[in-house]
Design a protein around this ligand. Structure first.
Ligand code: BGC
Length: 245
């Protein structure tokens, strides 16, 4: 079965068709600019365009979004328009497209994909997926089971939220070199280690395409691997979540 997965980022919404048995993309990734302001109505309009761009794909839609999601409702808005708080994302997609939807946190979606079909498959124990993009997203798994909506990107380090020191965006905005950025990321990994004692870290987000430049510079007490699905993990995980509806 093939389903549509949509992943919402600060600069674009990315979407593709996914074979939900294998987790393999069955189309190229289409990218739609994130509207500004990214209100629920504006994003709903983009989701409608995305669904129309995949006319052959029926069934439920997987929609990953950078907020805490409980009961299908967005509860936070760290890096998105404030008007998202309290928005029913499932209803938004249904009203925009007529389709049922799985609405979930973006890092949880990416982690789900990696644990099922990526770098975390066959890994028992505690696996922590961290995504480095506009913010820092976290997804925590134990023996393949997700603890949803962890928000460890907001953990305080040196008096600042971790994502304000070490996200992918901060690296670009502050013009940090790889060693400078890796020092900050390593500090995040050490803090996780102290608090959760994971068996494996999986690092995701757009920055992972530069793994060869920065991976070897990371200092972590726990093994760290790059997301195997790279920046498409969120799309794949969204589609996998839709398949479970
Ligand atoms: C949000 C998370 C999200 C992460 C990555 C954080 O600012 O609070 O919900 O997963 O950014 O996008």
């Amino acid at each position: 079965m093939e389903l549509l997965g949509i992943d919402t980022g600060g600069s674009s919404l990315k979407a593709a068709s996914v074979d939900v048995t294998t987790g393999v993309l069955t189309s190229s990734v289409l990218s739609f600019p994130t509207p500004a302001p990214a209100t629920p109505a504006a994003i709903g309009g983009v989701v409608r365009q995305i669904v129309q761009a995949f006319p052959a794909l029926g069934g439920p839609v997987g929609f990953a979004f950078p907020t805490v999601v409980s009961g299908g409702v967005a509860r936070t808005a760290a890096n998105v328009d404030r008007s998202w708080v309290g928005t029913d994302g499932v209803r938004l997609v249904r009203e925009a497209t007529g389709r049922p939807a799985a609405f979930l946190n973006d890092a949880d979606a990416a982690g789900l994909a990696e644990i099922r079909v990526g770098a975390g498959r066959r890994h028992a124990g505690t696996v922590v997926m961290l995504t480095f993009g506009t913010g820092i997203g976290s997804a925590v798994f134990h023996d393949g089971h997700l603890l949803p909506n962890t928000e460890f990107g907001h953990m305080e380090i040196r008096g600042m939220e971790a994502e304000h020191r070490a996200s992918g965006r901060v690296r670009t905005v502050e013009g940090l070199s790889w060693p400078e950025w890796c020092e900050r990321v390593s500090e995040v990994l050490h803090r996780f280690h102290q608090l959760l004692w994971p068996d494996l870290f999986i690092l995701g987000g757009g920055v992972v395409e530069n793994w060869a430049s920065f991976g070897p510079l990371l200092d972590s007490p726990t093994p760290v691997v790059p997301a195997e699905l790279g920046n498409t993990a969120g799309i794949v995980g969204a589609a996998l979540a839709a398949a479970e509806l």
